[in-house]
Design a protein around this ligand. Sequence first.
Ligand code: ADP
Length: 395
Amino acid sequence: MRLILIINAGSSSVKCALMTIDAQGSVQECARGQVDGIGRDAEFSMRFTDGHKDVKEVMSSGTKTSHKEALGLILKTVDDIYGLNALVGAGHRIVHGGPNFIKPTILDAAAIAELKKLIPLAPLHQPHNLAAIESLRELLPELPQIGCFDTAFHATIPDIARNFALPKALTEKGIRRYGFHGISYHYIAEAFAARDKERARGRVIVAHLGNGASLCGMINGQSVATTMGFSALDGLMMGTRTGSLDPAVIFYLMREEKLGPEAVEKLLYNQSGLLGVSGLSNDMRTLRKVAAENADARLALSMFTYRVIREIGSIAAALNGLDALIFTAGIGENDSQLRADVITGLSHLGLALNESANSKRDYQISSSTHPAAFVIPTNEEALIARATLSLLPHL
Ligand code: ADP
């Protein structure tokens, strides 16, 4: 058996997946797990889809679990069940590749040093990605590690859509749009082309709507516009993030409300969006449940929907039309009400809803065929596994 370990490391959790490689070289998920509560008493759970028993462990109280301990737990489980020799490589989801990492990359010492220089571009995420890479290097120095970047898919965005209207010297310093969710967009672009080659050559908007949410406009499967910008804070309203916000609000908060940069950052990233507006929850399911009797929850849901519709209109204008709209990620795949409201709100583009297909979550959910709307579940782990496999020299 040959296995690839996929790692997605955040500040408080490390998510992992194990993918088997079959004789034809295609990958199949055999387990998925996560360590939660890093920095506190952590909990580890791993669910196997290949007949092995699930694992659940709680670290003894009083220990502050580090990324290295989290990876140690994951490796111990892999060792117990499959033997560590089965591992042929590890693929990491890395949030920021900066201007230069625009393809999956072997994570040797030089690459890691370059990625560290990008920490100021993604201070809330990049250090955790790097902590996982370095921990795994210490635990299994011989294991090839490959990085996939959430920014990389957007390397094809032209300057007109990438640059901010800032002085050129600042643009040249890298203050520009990078875009995120690129691993998901790349997966969707390939999956869509595999099903509908002709349409995938055209003007496609993918709506990745999860806790983090963004849109990507593609032509011929390449990103030409996206709603996230310099950071993952821009664009759509999200679970706890504002999305686009008049920057003058920030100066006002600093001057009049006496908030420092960290407090503003926390407000915009963690206390806003669906959570901030509803005062209740960042979870769509919770808000849907209480919407009938809670006006704040209703407003949060309406604002979220409105912003998706408005930004799709903006990207459709940038693409000069629309051939396909694709919904993906937690909300895009599961919230049929949101999809219905968005499609109905875009009737001016020629989209029309197929109610029964939408409520059953069929592949095509529009009665209109041009443009048409689809649901495609994303699978970032599969894309990372394929990229990792392609860079493993001995396979
Ligand atoms: P992340 O960005 O953390 O990967 P996900 O893609 O898992 O996020 O999406 C999380 C979001 O998906 C949450 O807002 C959650 O409420 C929503 N979601 C998950 N399942 C459903 C469902 N059945 N109906 C509506 N929303 C759902």
